[in-house]
Design a protein around this ligand. Structure first.
Ligand code: CA
Length: 450
C-alpha cells in the first residue's frame, strides 16, 4: 500500500455517540458470547466512535418501517443496542406501520413526504411495488438488500376444528372442507396481506394436503387483531401469520397450531429489508452502514443468550406492546401447539443470522425466484414471468451490496455465502424446488392455477 493510500485508510471519522448504546454494542455484540472477563468500557472511551473515512455515510437519517411481529427484531435491536449509531447512522427512525398496506403506501411517497425510505417486507412485495403491481401502476423501484429472518411463522386453526385430523400432514382435510362447503359453511382462512408469504404458507400447506385453496375453501385478507376476534366468535377458521399472533391464539385458548412454517419448509425464507432504489443509489455508503448495523443486530439476535433481553426490548409499548410471556417461549423455540403437541427445539425458532441451511441475512436470489414461481403457480403473476424472472431478480435483488457491507464490516468470510443460490429446496411433502429449473417444480405440482 502506498503511503498516500495508507494515510487515507488510517484517517478516521469521529462522531459522538450515546455512551450507553455504544458500550452495550461493544460488549454484547455479536459473534457469540463475550468472554466473562470482557473489560468494561468507560463512558469517556465510548463517547467516540470511529468509522473509516471511506465508509462514512453520506446522510445519518433514514426512516425504516416495521410491523410489530418478530421479523422486525433486527431493525429494533439495531436501533436500541446502538448498532446503527456504531456505523454512523445516528438518526434512524424505526417506524411502526399500521399494516402492510400502510407500509406500501408509505414507501410509495418516501420519507420526504412523511412516508418511509424502506423497511420490513413480505415477499414478493418489493418486486410488486417495483413494477407498480400493488401501487396503482406507479412503479417505485426497490432493492431487496437483506433477509431479516427465516422461520417464525405458523398456521393457526380455531379450536372448534380440533381433533379433526388437521395436522402438518392432514389427509382428512379435504373431506372435512368438502363437507363444510356442502353444508354452506366454507372453511375460511385469513392472512394480513395477500399474494405474499403468509398467503403462500397456508396455500402450500393446504395444497400439499390435497386441498385446492381456490375452490375448496375461502381465503381472505383480514387485519391480525380482527382475525383473532373473528376466530373467537367462530366466523373465521384459520389464520396464517408471524409470532406473536399464532401463539396468542393458543394462549388465549382460541385455537391450535397444526403447523409451524419451519415444519413446512425448514429454514424457509421469511421477511426482508428492502428500500427505495432512489434512496440507495443516492446514499450507497449510508445503505451499507444500515446493512452492517442490521447484520450485527442479527448476530446479536441469533444468540439465544440474548433472547430474553430481545423480548424485553421488542415487547415494550414503543414497539410491539405485548406481554413478554407471549414472546418468551417461541423465541426459544418452545411452541405449545395447543393440540397436545409441544415443540422444544431451538432450530425451529425464528433465526436471524444462521440456520440449518447457512446464512440467514444474505438475500439469496434463488429464494426470490421461488416467490416469483409460487406467484405464477397461483396466478398472481402471468406465466411468462418465469422467462424473465432472472433479469427481474438481478434488477431488484442487490445481494452485491450485502456482500460489500459484510466485507467492509469484517464479518467472518465463512458467514458470507459464495453463491446467489441456496440450491435445491425441499418441503415437508417431499416436493423439491430446483432454482435451476423452476418450471419442473411447477409441472410437478398437482394443485395449482397456472
Ligand atoms: Ca411473516
Amino acid at each position: 500500500m502506498s503511503d498516500f493510500n495508507h494515510n487515507i485508510s488510517r484517517r478516521r471519522f469521529i462522531a459522538t455517540a450515546g455512551a450507553t448504546a455504544l458500550s452495550s454494542a461493544l460488549l454484547k455484540g455479536c459473534l457469540g458470547n463475550p468472554p466473562e472477563d470482557t473489560p468494561t468500557i468507560t463512558s469517556a472511551q465510548a463517547t467516540k466512535i470511529s468509522i473509516p473515512t471511506e465508509q462514512v455515510p453520506e446522510i445519518t437519517k433514514v426512516r425504516l418501517g416495521y410491523l410489530p411481529i418478530i421479523e422486525a427484531a433486527p431493525l429494533i435491536i439495531a436501533k436500541e443496542k446502538g448498532f446503527f449509531t456504531k456505523y454512523g447512522m445516528t438518526d434512524v427512525d424505526v417506524s411502526k406501520q399500521a399494516n402492510w398496506g400502510a407500509a406500501r403506501d408509505n414507501v410509495k411517497i418516501g420519507s420526504s413526504a412523511g412516508g418511509i425510505d424502506g423497511g420490513q417486507w413480505q415477499m414478493p412485495m418489493p418486486y410488486l411495488i417495483s413494477e407498480g403491481i400493488i401501487t396503482d401502476n406507479l412503479k417505485i423501484p426497490m432493492y431487496v438488500l437483506l433477509q431479516l429472518n427465516t422461520q417464525g411463522n405458523a398456521i393457526a386453526i380455531a379450536d372448534k376444528h380440533k381433533d379433526k385430523g388437521l395436522t402438518l400432514k392432514a389427509d382428512k382435510a379435504k373431506a372435512l372442507f368438502d363437507k363444510m362447503k356442502s353444508d354452506g359453511t366454507r372453511f375460511k382462512a385469513a392472512y394480513t396481506f395477500p399474494k405474499s408469504n403468509q398467503e403462500f404458507w397456508i396455500r402450500y400447506w393446504l395444497a400439499a394436503n390435497g386441498v385446492d385453496p381456490d375452490t375448496d375453501i375461502e381465503l381472505l385478507t383480514v387485519p391480525a387483531a380482527q382475525t383473532v376476534a373473528n376466530m373467537k366468535t367462530g366466523s373465521m377458521d384459520a389464520f396464517s401469520t408471524g409470532d406473536p399472533w399464532p401463539y396468542r391464539i393458543v394462549k388465549e385458548k382460541i385455537g391450535f397450531i397444526p403447523a409451524l412454517t419451519a415444519e413446512i419448509w425448514k429454514g424457509h425464507p421469511e421477511e426482508y429489508l428492502a428500500m427505495r432504489a432512489d434512496w440507495v443509489d443516492k446514499y450507497p455508503k449510508a445503505t451499507k452502514a444500515i446493512l452492517k448495523a442490521i447484520m450485527e443486530a442479527q448476530q446479536w439476535c441469533d444468540n439465544f443468550d440474548n433472547r430474553k433481553e430481545l423480548v424485553q426490548i421488542v415487547a415494550t409499548k414503543n414497539y410491539f406492546g405485548v406481554a413478554t410471556e407471549i414472546l418468551e417461549d417461541t423465541m426459544m423455540g418452545k411452541y405449545d401447539m395447543g393440540d397436545g403437541r409441544i415443540i422444544n427445539d431451538k432450530s425451529m425458532a425464528p433465526l436471524y443470522w444462521k440456520d440449518a441451511k447457512g446464512n440467514v441475512s444474505y438475500p439469496y436470489q434463488s429464494h426470490d425466484l421461488w416467490f416469483i414461481t409460487e406467484s405464477v403457480r397461483w396466478g398472481f403473476l402471468p406465466k411468462d414471468s418465469l422467462a424473465t424472472a432472472k433479469d427481474w431478480i438481478k434488477k431488484v435483488n442487490r445481494e452485491d451490496i450485502w456482500r460489500e457491507a459484510a466485507k467492509d464490516a469484517g464479518f467472518p468470510v465463512a458467514d458470507i455465502p459464495t453463491s446467489t443460490s441456496r440450491g435445491i429446496e425441499e418441503f415437508f411433502d417431499g416436493t423439491k424446488f430446483d432454482p435451476e429449473n423452476p418450471q419442473a417444480y411447477l409441472d410437478g405440482l398437482k394443485i395449482k392455477k397456472a
